[in-house]
Write a protein that binds this ligand. Structure first.
Ligand code: SF4
Length: 262
């Protein structure tokens, strides 16, 4: 089958040719797209938030990097910013990667459930690595993502959660991981973590240590990182038959499995 992939402009943040951190157990090329609809005060990549900051480049540039790396990688992971914001460019590059027999993953904030659905429908997406930042309570979600006017935010993100729960159970996703990045005052209680976990049916739920020192907002930069032992306690409080593994992710120790369902 010949595959025709049209090139187009893309606002690109960065490309990491080989990464073992972005999809557990896989070596991937990671592409960072610019642009994000959220403004989380603790964002670690504020330089990628404005969609059209910097000069656009051509999707051919990314495709050339994938071609160079294809023999050394299992797949391509799209990150950002929010990679599903530049949807046409995502599809163009993903179609090329799939044409080479590579896997495709998206690290997404869940703002675009219908785009996740379309990609899976078109066999352009194998893994979702979903950031869920707060329980399904609109006010809490708006506090976490820093966009007070967007009432639909929590509904969109939890729409993505429910969609991915279903897609994974139907075998239409090869891997589905949910991450919550924890800071003091942001999803740092067992009640909040429990309320998020209750919504999930996934391969892994990761309680991730937030890094205040690189946060966008000064108020967050004044905080200290929550220690690993406290994150482990939060992770141990998760009791769900629908989550295969609960993990803690820290800078010092990487991923540690706290509980696993056989
Ligand atoms: S942390 Fe928030 S603002 Fe930053 S890229 Fe992720 S979703 Fe966007």
């Amino acid at each position: 089958m010949s595959l025709i992939v049209l090139s187009m402009q893309v606002y690109l943040g960065d490309i990491i040719p080989t990464s073992t951190l972005d999809w557990p157990g896989k070596v991937v090329l990671t592409v960072f797209f610019r642009g994000c609809p959220f403004r989380c005060p603790y964002c670690a990549n504020p330089q990628f938030l404005e969609p059209d900051s910097g000069e656009p480049t051509d999707t051919e540039r990314v495709i050339a990097e994938i071609d160079k790396a294809r023999n050394f990688i299992d797949g391509v992971v799209f990150s950002g910013g929010e990679p599903l914001m530049q949807f046409a460019a995502f599809k163009t590059i993903a179609a090329h990667a799939k044409g080479l027999g590579l896997l495709v993953g998206a690290q997404t904030n869940g703002a675009y459930p219908e785009r996740i659905g379309k990609l899976v429908e078109e066999s352009l997406l194998d893994a979702v690595l979903l950031d869920v930042k707060a329980p399904p309570v609109p006010e809490k979600y708006l506090h976490a993502v820093g966009v007070p006017g967007r009432k639909e935010t929590s509904d969109s993100v939890y729409g993505s959660v429910r969609l991915c729960n279903r897609l994974r159970s139907e075998g239409k996703l090869a891997y589905y991981e949910v991450r919550t990045t924890v800071f003091t005052g942001f999803s740092d209680t067992p009640e909040e973590i429990g309320a998020i976990a209750a919504e999930l049916a996934c391969d892994a739920y990761v309680i991730q240590q937030g890094r205040p020192e690189i946060a966008m907002d000064e108020s967050v930069r004044k905080l200290v990182a929550i220690p690993r032992n406290e994150l482990s306690e939060l992770a141990r409080s998760v009791k769900s038959e629908r989550i295969k593994a609960v993990k803690v992710r820290t800078r010092e120790m990487g991923d540690e499995i706290v509980s696993q369902r056989s």
